[in-house]
Design a protein around this ligand. Structure first.
Ligand SMILES: NC(=O)c1ccc[n+]([C@@H]2O[C@H](COP(=O)([O-])OP(=O)(O)OC[C@H]3O[C@@H](n4cnc5c(N)ncnc54)[C@H](O)[C@@H]3O)[C@@H](O)[C@H]2O)c1
Ligand SMILES: O=C(O)[C@H](O)COP(=O)(O)O
Length: 529
């Protein structure tokens, strides 16, 4: 049995990793002390890598990772992973988005309360033998307004907890509707509303181009005097210079920070301000969260190496069980349609249109489209192409991919038609899965056929006239090529026709050349699927 080498480069829960430890086909190496150079030097021998937020999985590291197939992030944020580079290399990235939600929300509440009551500052004074009750007068949370920017998993949990503290909550999230806010018992607002109204502002967005420095000089300017800020999401969402100035100018009364732009942060100027309290990125650091994320990521790594679809892909569409059950039977035919079609041309492919017809169209069919494109590219790019990088590789080669859906049924409960445009015209192939019989190619261009897409296939375009089949049969017999099945269709009597043969062995070029010597035969394609 093939053994896969797995590197774990950040501290993870041992209990959570047990499924991987017990898997006989996984060889786990835990190395928490490698510096960047050592990582670069050694990454080439690993099939899988698991990290938290500490290891920087840069483009350079990914480009050195010639055997890497999967990167697991035991947590939510993937801003330490060069996702684009991973996608280009066909490396799947998975994360564990649900396991630390609760802990991060609880940490946010702990920071909110500690900030409001100046607990860390008072504790520090006590440790320094100072009994000072005047300097640490706080504020109540009850009836204050908490502004939440980013109402995803953690933001929503924070909202529920803040309501429990009898706070008013106003939230901004591009996906938040008035109805949803009402249902949650909170107010829905724009970003400006949140900045203007809130007494405390907590951010819970990912770090993206759009969220970098979301709280900047202008944003602080719009806030209420005396506002307090919490960041238990990602360093970089807040412009740290702007926050520093806003605190020094007394516009902002305090800030609680679990994360900063550069970590570890020991000598940051913000930490020198009395108004700032901080923790060293501890939002997910609970026994429960660490066990949860380690289990989730381990299971996805195992699923991947067992050939099963992963649950939490970051650079591919995710497939829940319900969707998987519907689309999985169509995986083989989708890939074979792509593989088959590419044999029909010697020209550069400019455009691919994948049309889905039938019951399946209510679902996200992009996993099938990825299979089609993978099948097409595989012939020329080999095993390097997979479901992760197929669309990227097609785009890089200037191939436009279109997907369309139509309800109109044409005799099959579901039909997938793939059309390929080259400078010489278009060719197409359609396929389905027949109940109890499996995948079938049912149409090539406008001809109807019924062929299992497997093994060696000869596609012959010819003129419909007596004797062609006989001549062709004798020629194949002369070369000891046994015909397994044969399909014929034509445009009209005496017009253009197609013959599709499945044969028992690979057909050599010599046979193809001899077939083309027959006047009635216009084109021959030898296909090995
Ligand atoms: N401190 C920690 O240890 C810790 C632990 C867990 C998660 N996190 C971080 O917390 C953040 C949130 O995690 P999550 O699991 O809730 O993610 P999530 O994807 O469930 O939620 C993020 C939300 O932000 C919203 N959003 C995106 N752009 C926005 C914008 N410009 N303005 C307002 N909202 C926007 C999204 O619509 C989404 O609803 C992430 O940055 C994650 O990395 C930190
Ligand atoms: O995004 C996350 O999941 C958190 O920031 C946790 O990061 P960590 O795994 O390094 O604690």
């Amino acid at each position: 049995m093939k053994k896969y080498n797995l590197l774990i480069s950040d501290p993870l829960s041992e209990d959570g990793m047990r499924p991987l430890q017990e898997a006989s086909h996984i060889h786990m190496v835990m190395n928490l002390n490698w510096n960047t150079e050592q990582l670069l030097e050694n990454i080439g021998s690993f099939d899988a890598l698991i990290v938290r937020s500490q290891t920087q999985v840069t483009r350079e590291l990914i480009e050195r990772a010639s055997n890497l197939k999967i990167i697991g992030r035991a947590g939510v944020g993937v801003d330490n992973i060069a996702i684009e580079a991973a996608t280009e290399q066909g490396i799947i990235v998975v994360n564990a988005p649900n396991g630390n939600t609760n802990s991060a929300a609880e940490h946010t509440m702990a920071m909110l309360m500690a900030l409001a009551r100046k607990i860390p500052q008072a504790y520090l004074a006590l440790k320094q033998q100072k009994w000072d009750r005047k300097s640490y007068i706080g504020v109540e949370l009850k009836d204050k307004t908490l502004g939440i920017i980013g109402l995803g998993r953690i933001g929503a949990e924070v909202a529920y907890r803040a309501r429990g503290q009898r706070m008013n909550v106003i939230a901004y999230d591009p996906f938040l509707t008035k109805e949803k806010a009402e249902k949650m018992g909170i107010e829905y607002g724009s970003l400006d509303d949140v900045l203007r109204i809130a007494d405390f502002i907590t951010v819970h967005t990912p770090l993206l181009k759009e969220t970098r420095h979301l709280l900047n000089k202008e944003a602080f300017h719009k806030m209420k005097p005396g506002v307090q800020i919490i960041n238990c999401a990602r360093g970089g969402i807040i412009d740290e210079d702007a926050l520093y100035d806003a605190i020094v100018s007394k516009k902002v009364a305090g800030a609680a920070l679990d994360v900063l732009e550069e970590e570890p942060f020991l000598n940051h100027k913000l930490l020198k301000l009395n108004e700032v309290i901080a923790t060293p990125h501890l939002g997910a650091s609970t026994i429960e969260a660490q066990e949860n994320v380690a289990i989730d990521v381990s299971q996805d790594i195992l699923r991947f190496f067992n050939g099963d679809p992963v649950r939490n892909p970051v650079n591919m569409p995710s497939l829940d069980n319900e969707l998987l059950q519907k689309v999985e039977p169509y995986f083989p035919i989708s890939e074979k349609l792509g593989e088959f079609l590419i044999y029909l041309t010697d020209e550069v492919v400019e455009e691919i249109t994948i049309t889905y017809t039938g019951d399946l169209i209510k679902n996200d069919l992009s996993p099938l489209s990825r299979k089609v494109v993978k099948g097409m590219l595989k012939r020329h790019l080999g095993t390097h192409v997979n479901e992760v990088n197929a669309l990227y590789l097609a785009k890089k080669r200037g191939i436009e991919i279109h997907e369309s859906k139509t309800y109109t049924k044409k005799g099959f409960s579901n039909l997938i038609t793939v059309k390929m445009k080259t400078k010489n015209g278009t060719r197409s192939v359609a396929g389905t899965v027949l109940s109890g019989l499996g995948p079938r190619i049912v149409k090539v261009d406008h001809y109807h056929v019924d062929v299992t897409p497997l093994g060696h296939i000869i596609v012959i375009h010819h003129t419909d006239q007596p004797g062609v089949i006989g001549k062709m049969g004798s020629l194949l017999a002369k070369h000891e090529v046994n015909i397994a099945t044969m399909q014929v269709d034509r445009s009209n009597i005496g017009g253009d026709a197609i013959m599709m043969l499945t044969v028992d062995k690979h057909v050599h070029d010599q046979v193809l050349q001899e077939l083309l010597l027959f006047r009635e035969i216009h084109q021959v394609r030898i296909i090995d699927l």
